[in-house]
Design a protein around this ligand. Structure first.
Ligand code: GLU
Length: 304
């Protein structure tokens, strides 16, 4: 059993991220498995200098340790390029010369999952070699996975059975952007497979990504892990806890003098693992943890 936490160093660890890390860590420790840390720093313009070191330190402060890593995606480019080359040569992926604005204009379908914009209408799917060579003269292509019609059924460890129609909601999705940066969907699958991750635990903002990732596991001939998506934490304003709620970052609490025991207690309370007056350590929570008993709805976290 191997699990992981895969933060993006686009800012400090906020309480939602810390809570997800705690769940992933508890699941691994309860099963006697190995915990992998992977820094998802492919989006260089969004990477904040020093954020990685602060995230690792904040995890340690909470009592969460890891057995393998930290790996950095920016140092693993060759693996992503290799997977994309394999998919291209097998005809499972294709080059696309459309800009985002062109996809937007050409798409008549309602918006798919927000992260991927409108559904791709298949514009470059069937270009022949001569047409592609012609377009390559003026534009660098992105690469997209060829998605066949059909519903993908899968089971989530928290949310139960899900069915997603990737072709209808998203269409052929991007594996590598035109600027050469591998897409999150591709990098996460290549890495989870290479790191032998058996159980992915992450925030349920990524629930709609999972079917795309399952299609990629299939296309690459890789075995997929089990998935469990932890319900989101909402800020006091009712919006998803995010970097906007800057004052509920782990770092801010530390600087304010909040103890690790207090912060951990608040996180564990929202997970139904302790009462607000208890101060268990992360290790003491291991025996109390069960994935099946996690709350299935989002919880609101008020300022500590
Ligand atoms: N790096 C992603 C994030 O911070 C998480 C990716 C994942 O867990 O699959 O949102």
């Amino acid at each position: 059993m191997r699990g992981r936490f895969a933060p993006s160093p686009s800012g400090d660890l906020h309480l939602g991220g810390a809570r997800t890390a705690l769940v992933a860590w508890l699941q691994v420790r309860a099963a006697g498995g190995a915990f992998v840390l992977r820094v998802e720093d492919l989006d260089q313009p969004r990477t904040v200098p020093g954020a990685e070191a602060r995230i690792l330190e904040d995890l340690r402060w909470l009592g969460l340790d890891w057995d393998d890593g930290p790996y950095r995606q920016s140092e693993r480019m060759a693996r992503y390029d290799d997977a994309i080359a394999r998919l291209l040569s097998a005809g499972q992926a294709f080059e696309c010369f459309c800009s985002r604005a062109e996809v937007q204009r050409a798409s008549r379908a309602p918006h798919g999952p927000a992260d991927d914009g409108p559904r791709y209408p298949g514009t470059c799917r069937d270009l022949d070699r001569a047409q592609a060579d012609e377009r390559r003269r003026t534009r660098s292509p992105s690469v997209r996975l060829r998605v066949e019609p059909g519903v993908r059924v899968w089971t989530d460890g928290v949310h139960g059975e899900r069915s997603d129609d990737v072709a209808a909601a998203v269409g052929d999705f991007v594996l590598r952007r035109a600027d050469g940066i591998p897409a999150y969907q591709l990098a996460v699958v290549v890495d989870d497979a290479a790191m032998h991750i058996s159980d992915v635990v992450r925030g349920d903002d990524l629930l709609s990504s999972t079917a795309r990732q399952l299609l990629l596991y299939d296309a690459l001939g890789l075995a997929a892990p089990r998935f469990a998506h932890v319900p989101l934490v909402l800020g006091p304003d009712g919006a998803r806890l995010s970097k906007r709620h800057g004052d509920i970052g782990v770092r801010v609490l530390r600087d304010r003098g909040t103890s690790a025991g207090h912060a951990l207690s608040r996180l564990a309370t929202t997970l139904g693992l302790c009462t607000p007056d208890e101060r268990p350590t992360a290790r003491e929570l291991i025996a109390r943890f069960s994935l099946g008993a996690l709350p299935k709805r989002s919880t609101t976290l008020h300022v500590l």
